[in-house]
Write a protein that binds this ligand. Structure first.
Ligand code: ISE
Length: 348
């Protein structure tokens, strides 16, 4: 097999973005089918991609003999069921976060993978492919700032859909820091605590929120989540160590000066900010599937070399602990992640 035939479920913001990235920038892969509950939307996306068709159902896409690998970018409640269906069909699957809505559902996915005998699931934690985060992690590991002690993270959206709840902010947005910061520090989360300033005008959600994650050994991660920040999409991260600090540099390519002002443009959402991360994520996923298909004996981890179902499960456990802290108003300990009898037990 020289080209991976991909099927994309969900043609909303992320599904459409993946379809476009694959068509324009990914080698040895093509989109052959898209599926969406809104058939008209799926047809409109398929019409722009030569050789792609719109299918009536996600299940038909997963089972199609013309599809080698699946991307799930439909609504959050569908992630778990479509991931399980892809495992049952023996197909590699890249599922957008969250892997499932609960840690218990993620555990079911881990067990299904174990029964299948291969790790088939990659999760869309694209920040692990972002050149900035990759460098941050390498420099922390190099020891140049001594032991890392703290991280200050800022995660701001222009706005979110009107019905998003306080919990959605944790499960859909904070989940990125929940995944990437333990990866940068190389340590697990042991304790979480959630705060929010009292709102002036109570609404459907508490926004902004602050999450504090304590890692093994005592390092602290402070995360500001502000979903109605209005002014632009912005991600910041600074690591404070014993001997210095390292932070993500601003990503704008140009700075302008006029009318007594210095200006830097910000994006309206995460797609431009993480475009290179998405490209690298997709190419690496395709390359891993090709290597697996070619029977590469060094390829012991199946078609998944990036964040996997275990990482999706870990993030779900920590997100649930944060939601518990939101209700109890106090710190919540993250109990051991190990699942008795599971082969991933203890894997980092
Ligand atoms: C969105 O769903 C994403 O996944 C973005 O990466 C994140 O930064 C944003 O807050 C979410 O709304």
């Amino acid at each position: 097999m020289t080209t991976i035939r991909i099927g994309v479920i969900g043609t909303g913001v992320m599904g459409t973005d993946h379809v476009e990235t694959i068509s324009k920038s990914i080698a040895r892969a093509e989109v052959r089918a898209v599926a969406d509950i809104d058939v008209g939307r799926a047809e409109a996306v398929a019409a722009r991609i030569p050789g792609a068709k719109a299918l009536s159902s996600a299940e038909a896409l997963i089972e199609s003999a013309e599809i080698d690998a699946v991307i799930i970018a439909s609504s959050n409640p569908t992630h778990g069921p479509y991931t399980l269906a892809s495992i049952a069909a023996g197909k590699p699957v890249l599922c957008e976060k969250p892997l499932a809505e609960t840690a218990a559902e993620c555990e079911q996915i881990l067990r299904a993978e174990e029964t299948a005998g291969t790790r088939l699931v990659q999760i869309g934690f694209m920040r692990r492919y972002d050149p900035g985060y990759v460098e941050l992690r390498a420099r922390v590991a190099s020891g140049e700032i001594g032991a890392p002690l703290l991280a200050h993270c800022v995660h701001r959206n222009v706005s979110v859909p009107p019905l998003w709840t306080s919990e959605d902010i944790v499960l859909t947005s904070a989940v990125h820091e929940i995944d990437v910061m333990p990866w940068v520090f190389g340590r697990e989360v042991v304790n979480v605590n959630w705060f929010s300033p009292m709102p002036n005008a109570p609404g459907v959600r508490r926004d902004p929120q602050v999450a504090i994650l304590e890692l093994e050994g005592g390092a602290l991660i402070f995360i500001e989540l502000f979903m109605a920040a209005n002014y632009g999409y912005e991600i910041r991260c600074e690591i404070v160590g014993e001997k210095g600090t390292i932070e993500l540099a601003p990503v704008a390519r140009t700075v302008s000066r006029s009318d007594l002002r210095v200006q830097v443009d910000l994006a309206a959402d995460w797609r431009p900010r993480f475009a290179e991360a998405y490209r690298r994520e997709l190419q690496s996923w395709v390359n891993a599937i090709l290597a697996w298909n070619s029977g590469d004996l060094n390829n012991v981890s199946g078609p998944v070399h990036g964040p996997d179902a275990w990482d999706g499960y870990r993030a779900a456990v920590i997100a649930e602990a944060l939601v518990a802290s939101m209700s109890s108003g106090g710190p919540v300990r993250v109990e051991s992640l190990a699942i008795p009898g599971l082969y991933q037990q203890g894997r980092s």
